[in-house]
Design a protein around this ligand. Structure first.
Ligand code: FCB
Length: 456
């Protein structure tokens, strides 16, 4: 058996570095038809034959809507500082505009107060993909008016919860919503048009910038930002064709989001490539998108290797591969962080998601997920390395607290550091959770030590 990685890191993390675990509403809450929650595009998408690998849905999920207190106790027991969760927009505003659902707002109020009572910082994401179906029926993110509805939703959340939040992220992974939702159709709402996808990406960015301005006008004290899924994009070989293909892919995945957010423009090479599929951009949009942020969240799982000849075979890398067929490539996280720091004037950075799906077995009350522990330890090290090289890293959050509904893969892919038995809803800490707890105890001891030195 492989030895578990050491719980002490060779890197020193600053005392105010935020350690956390992450989830999202649709993936864990369940209670899809309870207490006035409206339908989301993911409820609808799950009913589409063939859309979800195991034909499952989010109706019950991890039943977190009822088990939130037990789940918050689990989080507190890990010794983390923060919990990243998302609000289900249709739970608090069933039609996506107009009337608010008090019962839904009450749920998030209990959750936020429960976090604070346990000494945990609430990191709230407004949009982790579950758009109200009623807005999709009006055209969804392809329609500019959805941006205005999102701003109103953001203000409503700020007024109810804002005084108790550590951070608010507007959107989770706009690239995924735009491209997987509207170009490849693999995710809700399942559309297949590149022009639509690009218009959606623009409206997501626009609504982010407008929401940020509105939240600041409301006097928000939470740190404000967005969460992007980014990766270093590398050519499979050094042939000119592969290098060109990688440059374009980097443009579509990374620069398409980073350039407008930090430089107020879309990358010219991608615009030229898109031609007639480029989005319509109104005067003032790019200035709104570039509104200053307090933090940038990054979700990192693997690198992207691009070959002009077609899909690159991950197995040729020789590196381990997770149950999602994603290559384990921790050094890519350091490379990505260094590149962002070098190329853009970035605010403090958080890794808002990082983790792996592995085939876990619950045997006699234990899950020996050494692969996941190794994955987490290596990526935490990669963050430490970026810190050492001067990147302004502010935190790291594991995806995910719980095994949960992994979108089009259903429940078969398990990302949790806590195992969920879906038949009984019983939660069991996996070895990786125990490792993280010990690791964080070590970090806390270091912090305590340094504080004592500073004070004495
Ligand atoms: C990210 C999503 C998150 C989870 C992980 C595995 O793209 O933000 O909800 O599904 O992937």
């Amino acid at each position: 058996m492989t030895q578990p990685p050491p719980t002490a890191s060779r890197h020193r993390f600053p005392p105010d570095f935020v350690w956390g675990v992450a989830t999202s509403a649709f993936q864990i809450e369940g209670a899809a038809a309870e207490d006035g929650r409206g339908e989301s595009i993911w409820d609808r998408f799950c009913r589409q034959p063939g859309a979800i690998a195991d034909a499952s849905d989010g109706l019950v999920a991890c039943d977190h809507y009822h088990r939130w207190a037990e789940d918050l106790d689990l989080i507190a027991g890990l010794g983390v500082d923060a919990y990243r969760f998302s609000v289900s927009w249709p739970r608090v505003q069933p039609q996506g505009r107009g009337a608010w659902n008090e019962a839904g707002l009450d749920f998030y109020e209990r959750l936020v107060d429960g976090l604070l009572a346990r000494g945990l910082q609430p990191f709230l994401t407004l949009n982790h993909w579950d758009l109200p179906q009623a807005l999709q029926d009006r055209g969804g993110w392809a329609q500019r008016e959805t941006a205005q509805h999102f701003v109103d939703y953001a203000i409503g959340i700020q007024r109810r919860l804002g005084d108790r939040l550590a951070a608010i992220a507007t959107h989770n992974e706009p690239w995924v919503m735009a491209v997987l939702g509207h170009e490849t159709g693999l995710f809700a709402p399942g559309q297949r048009s590149r022009a639509t996808a690009m218009q959606v990406s623009h409206h997501l960015l626009l609504s982010h910038g407008q929401a940020l301005q509105a939240l600041r006008a409301e006097g928000s004290r939470a740190r404000l930002g967005i969460v992007l899924n980014l990766a270093p994009v590398q050519p499979a070989t050094d042939s000119p064709a592969d290098i060109d293909a990688a440059r374009l892919e980097d443009g579509k995945l990374l620069r398409w989001y980073m350039d407008p957010l930090f430089e107020g423009r879309y990358p010219p090479d991608v615009l030229a490539h898109l031609g007639a599929d480029a989005p319509q951009v109104a005067a003032g949009d790019l200035a709104a998108i570039a509104a200053p942020m307090d933090f940038l969240g990054l979700n990192y799982y693997t690198r992207s290797v691009v070959s002009a000849a077609g899909p690159w075979d991950v197995r040729t890398s020789g590196n381990p591969v997770t149950d999602m067929d994603w290559e384990v490539y921790p050094q890519g996280l350091t490379e990505l962080l260094l590149r962002l720091h070098r190329d853009y004037a970035v605010p403090p950075l958080y890794v808002t998601e990082n983790g792996g799906a592995f085939r876990d077995a619950l045997v006699a009350g234990r899950v020996h997920d050494a692969d996941r522990t190794a994955y987490l330890a290596a990526h935490i090290d990669a963050v430490g390395e970026a810190l050492r090289q001067g990147v302004p890293m502010a935190g790291y959050m594991v995806w995910s607290l719980l095994d949960n509904f992994e979108w089009a893969s259903g429940y078969a892919k398990r990302f949790g550091i806590v195992h969920v038995d879906y038949a009984t809803q019983r939660r069991t800490l996996k070895d990786s959770a125990l490792w993280l707890r010990d690791f964080l105890r070590g970090q806390a001891a270091l912090r305590g030590g340094r504080r004592a030195v500073a004070g004495g």
